[in-house]
Ligand binder design. Structure first.
Ligand SMILES: Cc1cc2nc3c(=O)[nH]c(=O)nc-3n(C[C@H](O)[C@H](O)[C@H](O)COP(=O)(O)OP(=O)(O)OC[C@H]3O[C@@H](n4cnc5c(N)ncnc54)[C@H](O)[C@@H]3O)c2cc1C
Length: 434
């Protein structure tokens, strides 16, 4: 009998596994992919890392907590490896983060102005945006730029590698090529059928406690034990396009222009299709590869397993290129269409919750009774990465029956456990779910 089994080894499963292992628990983490992470919401080299928000914002809280916890992980790894080669900079690339708001969203911008963050961000529109950021904005837009330590991007690939190292150094186990195919509850324990995706052989194991962190596959994993999750979580596809400025044109840019591009990324529009762009990586030649997408250009998925192989639609790539050019034009940098080269593109998938707020929650069993031995960490949509270790802390505490007293922590527990609160208070609605 295993003590704690974690299903899914993306950013969330790895974060919870690390937090539990750090708390002295021995866990078994199973991941359906091989050691090399090739598909999942956490795939890639860059995610926007940002903490700007209104007072007591739970998303700022999980981001800040993640920065803190990555620091602890790095210290642990260095204390336990002779070369002490781990650094925060392996995970975080610090740079300003820009947010473009429409003037109709002025109330949202106003709420950002609270004491602690005021010194970490600046905002401007019209001429003031040009003076402050060298950006020519459309008349009805406001630019907000956050700049604090570890705002910018975080690298999920590197963070997962470090979490795995930490988990194993603490004596917990990670098993690759293991897919949970059935999860059921028996008398006081869980039974999980696990398929070895290499040998095609299945085995049943038992566990006292379970964490489900299967990303877009969460609904399938919970199909037998909590089928109502299909009404709470929906997998969505977001297409990503990668561009380069042609080598010749890149060389023609002045140092000031290059700096202006670097300062203007990552960018995240707060209205419309919610265009975002960031530097995915810098090539050996020194020129960057830009990742571009639209947060609200989410599409439904027919077949979750094959979606990774499908290429983005032509019109999605065209839209991304157009927005990227417009973005550069706001910096007074004019690049011809032919000089923006398409490097590659693919569909990335994430799980979106019905409330658009992630879940770190227990489940109700088939009789409508709260089952405290299982936690679901999912529905992270496009905001999970920056807060992964924060969600990890909340999930580990929830499973171990621990908690912290500070107000924002408690607010986060309530916010991410929200479906439960609603189910408790609206029994009628709950009954419809079963
Ligand atoms: C296009 C895109 C852009 C994003 N941009 C940002 C951003 O800028 N900033 C930000 O903070 N966040 C961003 N995110 C969100 C963030 O990347 C995700 O929220 C996060 O990676 C989710 O991690 P996860 O562990 O829940 O899911 P995953 O990484 O998908 O992990 C789930 C894992 O479970 C495994 N699994 C599934 N089923 C089983 C099974 N039955 N048995 C065993 N293993 C199983 C899968 O193989 C997978 O490895 C973005 C996401 C996408 C897709």
């Amino acid at each position: 009998m295993e003590n704690i089994l974690i299903i899914g080894g993306g950013l969330m499963g790895s974060s919870v596994a690390w937090q539990l292992s750090d708390a002295g628990e021995k866990v078994v983490l199973i991941e359906q992919q091989g050691e090399h992470y090739t598909s999942g919401s956490s795939y890639g080299d860059a995610r926007i890392s940002r903490s700007l928000g209104p007072k007591k914002d739970v998303f700022s809280f999980v981001h800040n907590r993640t920065v803190e916890e990555v620091g602890k992980l790095i210290r642990f790894l260095n204390a336990n490896s002779p070369k002490k080669k781990h650094k925060m900079e392996d995970v975080y690339t610090t740079s300003p983060v820009s947010y473009l708001y429409h003037k109709s969203q002025y109330e949202d911008v106003r709420k950002l102005r609270f004491k602690k963050q005021r010194r970490d961000y600046r905002s401007g529109s019209g001429d003031s945006a040009f003076r402050k950021f060298g950006m020519t904005l459309p008349d009805d837009y406001i630019l907000v730029r956050e700049y604090r330590k570890h705002s910018g991007t975080l690298n999920p690939r590197v963070l997962i590698q470090k979490l795995r190292l930490g988990i194993e150094k603490k004596g917990s186990q990670i098993k690759y090529n293991r897919k949970a195919t059935h999860l059921t509850k028996k008398q006081g324990f869980y039974e999980v059928e696990i398929l070895n995706t290499k040998t095609n052989k299945s085995k049943v194991i038992r566990a006292k406690k379970v964490i489900v962190a299967a990303g877009a596959y969460t609904v399938g994993v919970l199909a037998e034990i909590a089928p109502y999750f299909k009404k709470l979580i929906t997998p969505k596809r977001v297409s990503l396009s990668y561009f380069k400025i042609s080598e010749k044109r890149w060389q023609q840019l002045s140092k000031t222009e290059i700096q202006r591009i670097l300062d203007a990324l990552p960018m995240f529009y707060q209205d419309g299709k919610m265009y975002f762009s960031m530097i995915e990586k810098i090539e050996k030649s020194g020129s960057p590869v830009f990742k571009v997408g639209g947060h609200m250009m989410r599409r439904n998925i027919i077949d979750l397993d094959s979606i990774w192989e499908e290429k983005p639609r032509k019109k999605e790539v065209k839209w991304a290129k157009k927005q990227f050019r417009k973005h550069l034009e706001m910096l007074e940098i004019y690049i011809k269409k032919k000089d923006i080269e398409y490097v590659e593109g693919y569909n990335c998938v994430y799980a979106v919750s019905n409330t658009k707020i992630p879940f770190v929650t227990h489940i109700f069993d088939q009789d409508g009774v709260l089952d405290k031995d299982i936690i679901v960490v999912s529905g992270m949509s496009g905001v999970g990465a920056k807060g992964c270790l924060g969600y990890g802390v909340l999930a580990a505490d929830l499973l171990l029956g621990k908690g912290e007293t500070n107000a924002t922590y408690r607010k986060a527990v309530r916010a991410f456990g929200n479906p439960l609160v609603r189910l408790y208070t609206k029994r009628k609605k709950a009954n419809r779910l079963f």
